[in-house]
Design a protein around this ligand. Structure first.
Ligand SMILES: NC(=O)c1ccc[n+]([C@@H]2O[C@H](COP(=O)([O-])OP(=O)(O)OC[C@H]3O[C@@H](n4cnc5c(N)ncnc54)[C@H](OP(=O)(O)O)[C@@H]3O)[C@@H](O)[C@H]2O)c1
Length: 383
């Protein structure tokens, strides 16, 4: 029996993780759950999964929740409490599924405690990739990607890295793959969140529409697979059936395919190196043909180019990119800026901050704070 902590349990990845847990009650048990403010959904999850500990972001929602759930469930609040459940002796696996930079510290805690870290929160690697990978190595943690592309590459690389030439991340192109650049100005948040293949939270849905999600994934892949930007490629694949590929020097290419459903990725992370039923239907290729592939349009999807540039710059540039993106996306979702202003705000922020190396968690946090302040000033310019 493996005890699991799910950070960000009330979100889309949280839902999928809990549905896999429910399928395998003989193998997995919920130890702890966390959410930001959604105590009503957390109440339902507590009734169904009976965790030992629950963490909410603030005291008020924690108090609200404790009034309505079983008194045996301990309710904590705040970021220190997230670190506690991520590193707790009684947890074996940690699903890191908080959205954004808010998920970084608890991912790092799980790595430092030597847990199996099932990493959906790609921002942890974008902000603090060197520190994260060092913590994984030093403490014998197991880092298993929970992103369809990285899981695909992780699965393909089970046959080894000898002769590896490049990895190729597939990108669906989101809802605007075929929309002309000029028509993107008037896009609404709901249009941007209407992903054709994947059901996800609103922030990552906007990131998919701008292709910043793919940019963050390129950085994530750089750290996970220890490859430079030159060996990481992106290809458009609107059907989201081929989840990614690895290319070898002998002309061989290995790909992983499946229906676009995160339960496959999550169940693999939970059962690795074995495989268990995830509840996802088997792929029927005859129902998905033709499978199409195109090179990405980096002029239209400027965010992808900005992410490649930030990776090549290194140091704090990736954290700056992430912070500015979070600010810009939040303002777009609140109808304060246009869709096409997202990359402009990120570029302005990147240009305003000196490129320095990142050596500690404190420097990550300081840079994140500075980048958010500058990005907010850039937002005022457009709002
Ligand atoms: N969804 C996917 O298919 C997918 C695929 C690959 C990777 N990912 C990555 O997985 C992560 C989660 O994505 P998602 O789509 O599941 O997001 P989501 O549906 O928006 O859920 C986010 C979760 O994080 C919690 N949360 C939000 N802000 C927080 C804060 N400041 N402090 C603590 N907890 C906070 C939310 O709690 P409340 O409910 O209380 O707000 C919720 O439980 C992201 O990093 C995303 O890039 C997602």
């Amino acid at each position: 029996m493996k005890n699991i902590t799910i950070l960000g349990a009330t979100g889309s990845i949280g839902d999928s993780t809990l549905s896999v847990v429910a399928l395998h009650a003989d193998k997995f048990s919920v130890f702890a759950l966390s959410a930001n403010t959604n105590w009503q959904k957390m109440q339902t999850l507590c009734e169904k999964f009976q965790p030992k500990i629950v963490v909410m972001s603030d005291q008020a929602t924690a108090q609200q929740l404790s009034k309505v759930i079983d008194k045996n469930i301990q309710v904590l609040h705040g970021s220190e409490a997230l670190n506690t459940i991520a590193a707790h002796d009684d947890t074996d696996f940690v699903m890191a599924a908080i959205v954004g930079a808010a998920g970084m510290a608890s991912s790092l805690s799980a790595a430092k405690a030597g847990k199996r870290l099932m990493l959906a929160n790609k921002e942890s690697l974008v902000l603090a990739g060197d520190l994260m990978m060092q913590a994984v190595r030093d403490n014998g943690a197991e880092l298993i990607p929970v992103d369809s592309e990285h899981s695909a590459i992780f699965q393909c690389l089970q046959s080894g890295k000898s002769g590896l030439n490049k990895i190729q991340l597939t990108a669906s192109g989101g809802p605007f793959l075929h929309t002309p650049l000029n028509d993107l100005k008037s896009i609404t948040p709901d249009e941007a969140c209407a992903h054709p293949n994947w059901s996800m939270g609103r922030k990552i849905s906007v990131d998919s529409a701008t292709m910043m999600n793919k940019g963050l994934e390129v950085i994530e892949a750089h750290y996970l697979f220890n490859l430079p930007a030159e060996n990481i490629d992106v290809i458009m694949h609107p059907q989201s059936i081929v989840h990614s590929s690895v290319y070898y020097n002998d002309g061989s290419t290995l790909s992983q395919l499946g229906n676009p459903d995160m339960r496959t990725v999550i169940s693999y992370a939970m059962s690795y190196p074995d495989r268990v039923d995830s509840g996802v239907a088997a792929l029927d290729l005859t129902q998905n043909s033709p499978l199409e592939f195109y090179p990405p349009d980096l002029e239209k999807f400027k965010c992808l180019q900005l992410a490649f540039d930030a990776l090549k710059q290194g140091g704090n540039a990736m954290g700056t990119l992430n912070a500015a993106n979070e600010i810009a996306v939040a303002h777009f979702l609140n109808n304060k800026i246009d869709f096409l202003e997202i990359p402009n705000i990120i570029e302005k922020t990147l240009n305003a901050i000196e490129n320095i190396s990142i050596t500690s968690l404190e420097s990550v946090i300081a840079n994140d704070k500075l980048a958010r302040k500058i990005a907010l000033e850039a937002v005022q310019h457009y709002a």
